[in-house]
Design a protein around this ligand. Structure first.
Ligand code: AMP
Length: 277
């Protein structure tokens, strides 16, 4: 049995994870829970789009076996009990870069809720999207370190025809912002092409200039870039060189108006479970 955890407001990206899960399991459980503990103060917990009815209908059409849509008390107990939760996750190294510094406490909240979901649902495998790649590596590490006998699969990022990664948060974009948004993926692709073009037979330095050109261009087009980095996997540390046979991630996060967009590319899919092919 497979689990696909989501926060609802389902789109094709979520459904592609369901389809991937169905290829590997007889039954698929989709969880829908907007988890308060992964939102920081001032983030969009209240505004986050919620559409349970149509989400359930989409799941029905996709032949999902079970939708698990708990309310707050089902996950965290009464308000009083929630106030007296003393055990939290502490993450080292893997949240030092990328989204970690910009969203303090976020990944601790993610691991808290995913750990609970794993214990409640007890799936054989779970599918998460490449879109949230730092989350993916952290969850795979969670499964290893917390002895969850669960295979963690990665589903490729689903995109709009113009390349923008699908996201429940894209509804926040204004008309002009939506038009500009695909530039993020285009910037990633240019950096990816530059790095791949150099070949992988020997270690090559990551040329900082390639990235700063893109950060500048994004800035000129209204993006406020939080980070644009090449990191090694699975430790998610900044990579000074690209070594043959290793897997790297080029990742970017930027604000466009009030909306925070993230996207990434994997350089070489070799070393880990990816059913993208
Ligand atoms: P969310 O509901 O945003 O928490 O996402 C639930 C799951 O869907 C996570 O594993 C995400 O990585 C994944 N996901 C979100 N957007 C996409 C996308 N565009 N393509 C594939 N998976 C996605």
């Amino acid at each position: 049995m497979a689990l696909v955890p989501t926060m609802g407001a389902l789109h094709d990206g979520h459904l592609s994870l369901v389809n991937l899960a169905q290829q590997h399991a007889d039954h698929v459980v989709v969880s829908i829970f907007v988890n308060p503990t992964q939102f920081g103060p001032g983030e969009d917990y209240e505004q986050y789009p919620r559409s349970l009815r149509s989400d359930v209908e989409m799941c029905r059409q996709e032949m999902v076996s079970v939708v698990f849509a708990p309310d707050f008390p089902e996950m965290y107990g009464t308000k009083e009990q929630a106030r007296h939760q003393y055990i939290t996750f502490r993450i080292t190294k893997m949240t030092e870069h990328l989204c970690g510094p910009f969203r303090p406490g976020h990944f601790e909240g993610v691991l808290q809720v995913v750990n609970k979901l794993f214990n409640i649902v007890q799936p054989d495998l779970a599918v998460f999207g490449q879109k949230d790649i730092q989350q993916w590596f952290l969850i795979r590490q969670l499964a290893v370190e917390q002895d969850h006998p669960i295979e963690i699969l990665m589903g490729p990022t689903r995109r709009e025809p113009d390349g923008l990664a699908k996201s429940s948060r894209n509804v926040y974009l204004s008309g002009p912002e939506r038009k500009a948004a695909p530039m993020l993926f285009q910037a990633l692709q240019r950096v990816g092409n530059e790095l791949e073009k150099k070949g992988t037979l020997e270690a090559i330095p990551v040329d900082k200039a390639i990235i700063s050109v893109e950060v500048k261009r994004l800035g000129e087009n209204g993006f406020n870039v939080e980070y644009f980095s090449v990191v090694s996997t699975p430790d998610l540390q900044p990579a000074g060189t690209i070594e043959p046979g290793q897997t790297y991630v080029i990742a970017v996060a930027a604000r466009l108006g009030k909306t925070r967009l993230i996207d990434n590319l994997i350089l070489s899919h070799k070393d880990f479970q990816n059913h993208d092919a």
